[in-house]
Design a protein around this ligand. Structure first.
Ligand SMILES: O=C(O)CCC(=O)C(=O)O
Ligand SMILES: [Fe+2]
Length: 428
């Protein structure tokens, strides 16, 4: 396939990669995404070079066939083809065979899908081996999936949603009484201690009853109803997280001795979350309505093992695909929980699972809430690549990360910006 320049496809791509210039994908209109890549030497006598190496790729999510010409004079459909070819080659040269490829995702990213990523949906009533295989695949390809028939009862979810709504609708001074976050407590606009801001207010709570003392200066401010709703909810989603982690562990070695998989699993993952000293958190987010689209919660990965998220049925969550392309996650079916891989799980699977960057945008006139449970190990736990109880390697690639304690990782995370890739600091 010929690209804009007369150079061969591989040459142009490797040059673009070498020069390591990627502009984040930006939204050109409601139906198009633009990705630019090329040389950053775009001025003066280098202008020609710039033109030659810069290819704005217009990926239209819903109507690309209807747009005929773009700035460069190339057909959008043609650019779509080029983009797919580009990502196929680009991802081929990525080090891990588990890295998601844009080419794979490209096929789902089609007009029919109405501009949303179709995340895999896992039904927990499926036969166990089927559910476990689907979850592992989703964690490898997307780092995200949804679960239905998850077993968390509506009578646990509804009071939690009600208490969340009622907390955020209190007058500001009442909310401030449980702030500023230390990191637990109520915060508004400022996320963390390192200058990150967003159109969000939130309440961060420790989810382990043993550590309720962390919340004690706040707990007297919460009604009995609120405390009951949160503790029942935490119990429910912790069970769900553990169920999923057991399925993951079974699925990781499913290729070998299938019949033994269940017996041999050692609950290495769920054991961390069930530990008496687990450091799991519950975070309630509220994104007030904005007249125009704003960032509610900036790009980040979740540091913990697994995240279980529920929103009030409104879109706003977006995930980052290969190449910095942001795509919205459809908020349906409403009964589903959205589940994502955290940094710790990426490290424990030696990079086989991906902890994917995501963010929340406020782009509607209704306010959105999300209730997020972060399943985490105890502070003293050592995080290293999982071992197979039957003795074989989880992932035949060399070890990617050194061992670290959760306390060490958490401390590092608190010193960094939201968007920083913390796990890179632990690479071998
Ligand atoms: O509100 C959302 O959809 C995302 C929130 C999130 O990513 C977080 O709290 O870590
Ligand atoms: Fe997150």
């Amino acid at each position: 396939m010929k690209l804009v320049s007369s150079e061969g496809e591989e040459a142009v791509i490797s040059r673009a990669r070498e020069e390591m210039y990627w502009k984040k994908a930006r939204r050109a209109s409601s139906s198009q995404w633009v990705i630019n890549y090329g040389s950053h030497r775009a001025s003066g006598s280098e202008r020609g070079r710039w033109r030659r190496h810069t290819m704005p790729l217009f990926l239209s999510c819903s109507t690309y066939e209807n747009c005929h010409q773009l700035r460069s004079g190339c057909e959008v459909g043609r650019y779509y083809e080029i983009a797919t070819a580009f990502f196929k080659i680009w991802s081929r040269s990525r080090p891990s065979k588990y890295t998601r490829s844009m080419a794979q995702i490209g096929s789902r990213f089609s007009p029919r899908n109405n501009n949303h990523v179709e995340l895999p949906i896992v039904d927990l009533l499926w036969e166990r081996s089927e559910a476990s295989r689907k979850i592992v695949k989703a964690c490898e390809e997307f780092g995200f999936f949804k679960v239905i028939n998850h077993g968390v009862k509506q009578e646990i979810i509804a009071p939690m949603e009600e208490e969340t709504r009622s907390f955020f609708s209190k007058p500001e001074p009442d909310k401030q009484r449980v702030g500023p976050p230390d990191p637990y407590g109520y915060g508004s606009h400022n996320i963390g201690l390192n200058g990150d801001v967003g159109e969000v207010e939130y309440l961060l709570l420790h989810a382990n009853p043993l550590f309720i003392s962390h919340n004690s200066k706040y707990s007297s401010s919460f009604s009995h109803k609120f405390r009951c709703a949160t503790s029942r909810y935490v119990e429910g989603v912790r069970e769900l997280a553990c169920k999923i982690l057991d399925l993951i562990e079974e699925g990781l070695w499913a290729d070998e001795a299938k019949a033994q998989a269940h017996k041999a699993q050692a609950h290495q993952l769920s054991g961390l979350v069930r530990d008496l000293h687990n450091d799991s958190l519950l975070r309630l987010n509220h994104y007030p309505a904005q007249a125009e689209p704003k960032i509610g919660f900036g790009a980040h990965t979740d540091p913990q093992i697994l995240t279980i998220l529920r929103s009030n049925g409104l879109g706003g969550l977006q995930i980052s695909l290969e190449g910095g392309l942001w795509v919205p996650v459809h908020p349906h079916p409403p009964s589903a929980f959205c589940v994502n891989v955290g940094d710790v799980l990426q490290a424990m699977t030696n990079g086989r699972f991906v902890s994917v960057k995501h963010r929340a945008v406020v782009d509607s006139l209704s306010s959105r809430t999300s209730i997020v449970y972060f399943a985490a190990p105890p502070l003293h736990a050592t995080i290293s690549c999982l071992h197979n109880p039957r003795g074989s390697n989880l992932n035949p690639h060399p070890r990617l990360y050194r061992s670290f304690s959760w306390a060490e990782y958490k401390k590092t995370a608190y010193t960094m910006r939201l968007e920083d890739s913390r796990l890179n600091l632990f690479k071998l």
